[in-house]
Design a protein around this ligand. Structure first.
Ligand SMILES: [Zn+2]
Ligand SMILES: [Zn+2]
Length: 181
């Protein structure tokens, strides 16, 4: 699924479930955007910060996590973050996933069957394969590593052959990790 424009969905959800309170004169109270490639640990977030004297709030949806998921995942994630924006900007309450959040979530879930909002965004985080094999020159064991750690040694060899002390003979070497077909 290519990235879809979020504002039309925002405005529709705002009308349907938030009495239009999340916009003023058709302008959203909160900025809504797709993330760049970096937001990987959550499907979406809401945040408010101060830029100088100005309050600035935004909803960011994770491009890498949501791009391959169905439309309903985008809707439920956006709606989840809109509840945060609503409790914060409209009600003036900061409670995270507290009772007001849960009540609103349950209410919206009960009104329709297109998507279900959850407390935690339950989407699979795509596996990123490790970039490197770390290889012990002493015992030959291989360990998948995300990045090269200079001077890291094979624990097993240090433990068994060198009284648990670091020894240059078991400093790991690296070779690129090739995905098995
Ligand atoms: Zn949340
Ligand atoms: Zn070893």
């Amino acid at each position: 699924m290519p990235l879809i424009p979020l504002l039309p969905i925002f405005h529709r959800l705002n009308r349907q479930y938030f009495d239009g309170l999340l916009s003023k004169d058709l302008k959203p109270l909160v900025a809504v955007r797709w993330s760049d490639g970096r937001l990987r640990n959550t499907a979406g977030l809401y945040r408010r910060s101060k830029k100088g004297r100005q309050q600035y709030s935004e909803i960011v949806l994770s491009t890498p996590l949501l791009i391959n998921l169905p439309y309903s995942a985008v809707e439920s994630t956006l709606c989840h973050e809109m509840i945060h924006a609503w409790t914060d900007l409209v009600l003036g309450i900061q409670e995270g996933h507290g009772p007001i959040f849960k009540e609103k979530m349950t209410f919206i879930n009960s009104l329709q069957e297109n998507f279900q909002i959850t407390i935690r965004h339950q989407y699979p985080v795509p596996n990123r394969s490790p970039k490197w094999w770390a290889i012990c020159p002493s015992c030959g064991l291989r360990f998948p590593y995300k990045r090269i750690v200079k001077g890291a040694a094979c624990k097993q060899c240090c433990d068994t052959n060198h009284d648990g002390k670091w020894n240059p003979s078991c400093v790991l070497g690296y070779e690129p990790f090739l995905k098995e077909a």
